[in-house]
Design a protein around this ligand. Structure first.
Ligand SMILES: *[C@@H]1O[C@H](CO)[C@@H](O)[C@H](O)[C@H]1NC(C)=O
Ligand SMILES: *[C@@H]1O[C@H](CO)[C@@H](O)[C@H](O)[C@H]1NC(C)=O
Ligand SMILES: *[C@@H]1O[C@H](CO)[C@@H](O)[C@H](O)[C@H]1NC(C)=O
Ligand SMILES: *[C@@H]1O[C@H](CO)[C@@H](O)[C@H](O)[C@H]1NC(C)=O
Length: 168
């Protein structure tokens, strides 16, 4: 009895761990090459969709490069005199949350932008729910992600409950 409850709780916990990876994605910029020179980031980004809630993960040589966010003009000109944001933490591993739906522009300073170390991404709203999902036409349109928030809250409650029962 106890072991089956525990198994159920563990399954729920596993599902909870997996859900965020399915719906919010963390992109390693440049894939296995990372953030470096000699990568065309326009090509890298061209087959990807960046959605609100995703992250960019810049992995690079902290002794050489950095991660600066600039506007379109300064992206085109590689002007890093007045970056809009400096995402460089010093570890060579910087995470940028894509929390606004617009174009954003990232470059490396220290001369690397001129060699092509620049990335432009368009952040989109998450896709609408799939057709199979029942959506009432008069209900406010929910995003695909928000469908999973409520079940998740119940799942957390259920897991917590089972653990209390197993422990007690
Ligand atoms: C970008 O910022 C510069 C100042 O650093 C400004 O002169 C320019 O007009 C801005 N461009 C855009 C598209 O906002
Ligand atoms: C960005 O921030 C890092 C860490 O604080 C700092 O070392 C670096 O000088 C900053 N770069 C620019 C261009 O402001
Ligand atoms: C986006 O995230 C950054 C860094 O965490 C934060 O400074 C900024 O206020 C956020 N913007 C919005 C619109 O949530
Ligand atoms: C990246 O590739 C695109 C398409 O092939 C090209 O137009 C662009 O000039 C390249 N960018 C760099 C920095 O080489």
């Amino acid at each position: 009895m106890k072991s089956s409850i525990l198994a159920m709780a563990l399954t729920c916990a596993l599902v909870m761990v997996m859900v965020p990876h399915v719906f919010a994605k963390r992109y390693i910029v440049g894939g296995n090459k990372g953030w470096t020179s000699n990568v065309n980031y326009t090509v890298w980004a061209s087959d990807k969709h960046f959605y609100l809630g995703d992250w960019l993960f810049f992995v690079y040589d902290r002794n050489q490069m950095d991660v600066l966010e600039v506007n379109k003009t300064n992206y085109e000109n590689c002007n890093t005199d007045h970056p809009m944001a400096n995402w460089t933490t010093g570890a060579g591993r910087d995470v940028v949350p894509l929390n606004v739906t617009r174009h954003r522009y990232f470059v490396s300073g220290k001369g690397f932008c001129f060699g092509g170390m620049k990335l432009s991404v368009r952040i989109e709203k998450p896709p609408p729910p799939p057709k199979a999902a029942p959506v009432k036409s008069d209900a406010p349109r929910m995003s695909y992600r928000s469908h999973f928030v409520l079940p998740l809250v119940f799942a957390i409650g259920a897991v917590w409950d089972s653990f209390l029962r197993v422990m007690g």
